[in-house]
Design a binder for this molecule. Structure first.
Ligand code: GLN
Length: 385
């Protein structure tokens, strides 16, 4: 008896594996990106109420009506684009399910999907599980820009969709309006889809701004937006996200979602509405908080003499470890956890190219946690080969 072949070509998630390595060595976990601080009190208070009042039974499979209406209102508020909560939205179990359901709903077995590299590791597994073939388009260090001709080449080879993570995990790039327009023009020329991952939409550093792909001319009908509430409201464990897209494709996403999960947790859907009703000042403070964390962590890296790409958005930093002389970035991360006491993710789990000189830290942690990690990182030179 053997497991099915479709799982043979990818490993478990290295990001989540590094969390287990951190636990084993009591290392400060700057690998898997999740906060060690609480969600807004409005959300936790509402959750406590909902525990007593319900709902405790299934919500409508594609998301409770009042939650979809609140999501549509938030999308319109921030992007200026009206979305029909009854036909253009599906509530999912996090953006992980949103992405998988979107690829399953748009890409046939044997078809191709373009993915920028470096990429969030789920996308590779998503395409493989859909029996599709990824075509990787490099984002070129140090600026992580792309060659439009290389992107076009992916579509000329038949890519049916592009997965676009913006702001980008792991490199922190925010695609400019001009870059987004270049992508849109190519996608329209080849009559393809864009499947976006916009979970860091509200975690941006000035002067960078989030451009919503679905709002560019002619893109709403060919864009599936995958998003989640995990990062915006610090509720990664609630596993709540959504797909927004044109009604004919959302109809297919609903079917996939229905049979994959039936639905996201009903009490959490109800409690989440309190988050969606938070005023604009919440999002402004979120940006200020993360800007402060970025400055704290990056200036710590500067004092340690480490070079890195300063993120424009999201809460990750790719640090260059070339000077330490390791052949394996995975081994470097294992040593960093066991000997220095800080967890990071090996960069090779994000790059298609043969790259071994990056590690990824995240800084979605309390100030004290970040200071403690920087203190430990003073010993990073122990790893010099
Ligand atoms: N998005 C986070 C990261 O990249 C968490 C990933 C996960 O484990 N779901 O670290």
């Amino acid at each position: 008896m053997h497991a099915a072949l479709r799982t043979a070509t990818f490993t478990d998630s290295v990001i989540r594996r590094m969390t287990r390595v951190c636990l084993q060595h009591d290392a400060i976990n700057l690998s898997q990106g999740f906060p060690d601080f609480d969600p807004p009190q409005e959300l936790t208070a509402r959750l406590a109420q909902v525990a007593l009042t319900g709902p405790h039974q299934y919500a409508i499979t594609w998301g409770a009506q009042n939650l979809r209406e609140a999501i549509a209102a938030k999308i319109e508020h921030f992007s200026g684009q009206a979305v029909d909560p009854n036909s253009e939205l599906v509530v999912t179990c996090g953006s992980t399910e949103a992405m998988m359901a979107s690829v399953l709903a748009t890409v046939n077995a044997g078809e191709k999907v373009a993915i920028f590299s470096p990429f969030y590791e789920n996308y590779g597994a998503d395409t493989i599980l859909c029996d599709a073939q990824p075509i990787y388009v490099p984002l070129r260090p140090p600026a992580f820009d792309f060659d439009p001709a290389a992107l076009e080449q992916a579509f000329a080879q038949g890519a049916k969709a592009l997965i676009l993570c913006n702001p980008s995990n792991p490199c922190g790039k925010v695609f400019s309006r001009e870059e987004m327009e270049t992508i849109a023009a190519i996608v329209k020329k080849y009559d393809a889809f864009v499947i976006t991952d916009e979970v860091y939409e509200h975690i941006l550093y000035k002067p960078h701004e989030h451009v919503y792909m679905a709002t560019l001319p002619g893109m709403k009908e060919r864009t599936l937006v995958c998003n989640s509430f995990s990062k915006t409201y610090s509720i990664t464990g609630w596993r709540l996200g959504y797909v927004q897209g044109p009604a004919n494709i959302i109809d297919a996403v609903r079917k996939v979602h229905d049979f994959l999960t039936v639905g996201a947790a009903a009490p959490l859907q109800e409690a989440l509405i309190a988050g969606l009703q938070l005023p604009d000042s919440y999002y402004e403070e979120l940006q200020e908080t993360y800007t402060h964390k970025r400055e704290l962590f990056c200036s710590g890296l500067d004092s340690l003499g480490l070079s890195y790409y300063k993120p424009q958005g999201a809460y990750y930093v790719l640090v260059d470890i070339g000077k330490f002389g390791y052949e394996s970035d995975l081994k470097f991360c294992e040593d960093l956890a066991s000997k220095v006491g800080v967890g990071a993710v090996p960069g090779s789990s994000f790059f298609r190219e043969n790259v071994n000189n990056y590690i990824r830290f995240h800084f979605a942690k309390k100030e004290d946690t970040l200071k403690a990690a920087l203190e430990r990182l003073k010993n990073i030179n122990l790893l010099q080969k």
